[in-house]
Ligand binder design. Sequence first.
Ligand code: 5AD
Ligand code: SF4
Length: 468
Amino acid sequence: MQLPDYKEARKRHQAKVEKETYVFDNDAVNIGLNKTYHIKTYGCQMNEHDSENIKAMLEQLGFTEEEDMEKADLIILNTCSIRENAHNKAFGMLGRLKHLKEDRKDLIIGLCGCMAQEEKVVEELMKKYKYVNLVFGTHNLHRLPYILNEAFKTRKQVIEVYSKEGNIVEGIPVKRANKFKAFVNIMYGCDKFCTYCIVPYTRGKQRSRDKDDILKEVNNLVKQGYQEVTLLGQNVNAYGKDLDIDYKMENLLEDVAKTGIPRVRFMTSHPWDFTDNMIEMIKKYPNIMPSVHLPVQSGSNKILKLMGRKYTKEEYIKLFDKLKTIPNVTISTDIIVGFPSEEESDFEETLDLVNYCKYDNGYTFIFSPREGTPAAKLKDMSTLEEKSDRLHRLNEIMNKYFLESNQKMVGKVVDVLVDGPSEKEGMLCGYTDTNKLINFVGDESLIGKIIKVEVTDAKTWSLDGKQK
Ligand code: 5AD
Ligand code: SF4
């Protein structure tokens, strides 16, 4: 049994990140024969991609995927810790699974992802959720075959969570959810330690993958006919800073663009490390998509400082203006309201910033204290009612700009990578180069292709169009 340890998770040593290679655990071979699995994934793309790894490892062991959770022999929850409601969802699901297990004693339940990295969560699982058979963290995904084998053999609760800063494990198999759009990790972890954020604790030290491993993966995707890669990391612009060679995000962007993959995206960017050279690369290569997610979090310098964001509103705006020189660029953001000691005047500064930036898209959140982070200890001044009111006022303004941004597209012909059937009956949907969702009538043979669509109508969250 190896339990999470927050003190360890907080530390950052100078030691070089070690690279390991995934080795198939022969002892576990065939433990999944004639058994099925179901994975529920919460949270961000990083988790989505981890689940693609988990699925492939399970299939190596003989398991097959079962769409209907209630019928599966093995259920894994890949969890998120970013806000309290993500926690509640996972614990709510565990409650449901308890009932399922009462009827089906041999059901195996696993919990992994960010919540598994939290001391308090694991303590609770050990005390109140004994029926959860296995718990593993974000640093030891690759140990799943071993951990699962132990759980099968011993029928006891097996917990293995590493809290050291994390290595890089190459060669974990992957079962991609999509045949033409792929996630590619370029770095893991985060060293920014924004005071509200749990990620540096759950995902460990910032560590970049070798460029050769990344480019090999992208080249393979190109050979398989993939149309789009999204380069993933908690803070992608810091790519390469921890490597011995002089090779940064701008170099990686250029090399990935040169593989010829039709679309390159990347997320998430921190305003701190966004260089002019990165902007030049986006302008230079038409296959780097002109759409940037640039979380601002707050428009008040007082709050930005308390958040530990390391930039001022003025510096953010300077970068924002530079990004706006990329032709047709769209910019989205994340904003937190109700951070401890946020006053009405601070919030109004956030509104002023939104009125300046007129974002094309974005996500807004009420501050959620995360145990173990510095902001969780700060005195909270506003009531939930005030926070909800701020969120509501912010959303009204944000939504107005999303709609305006979409309305500007009407009449234009855009490139769309067709995803599949739309939620709108009888229509297809896909994303424009600028990352806008568009619905249109078309034949299913278009799925996975990049086609021209004329924008005919604009909504707040999507466009309508017709194929050209
Ligand atoms: N409370 C509310 N929102 C948070 N985010 C991160 N941590 C918290 C928190 N403790 C938001 C940030 C981040 C996005 C992924 O989630 O806006 O950019
Ligand atoms: Fe992703 Fe962060 Fe949630 Fe973990 S805590 S799943 S890294 S969003």
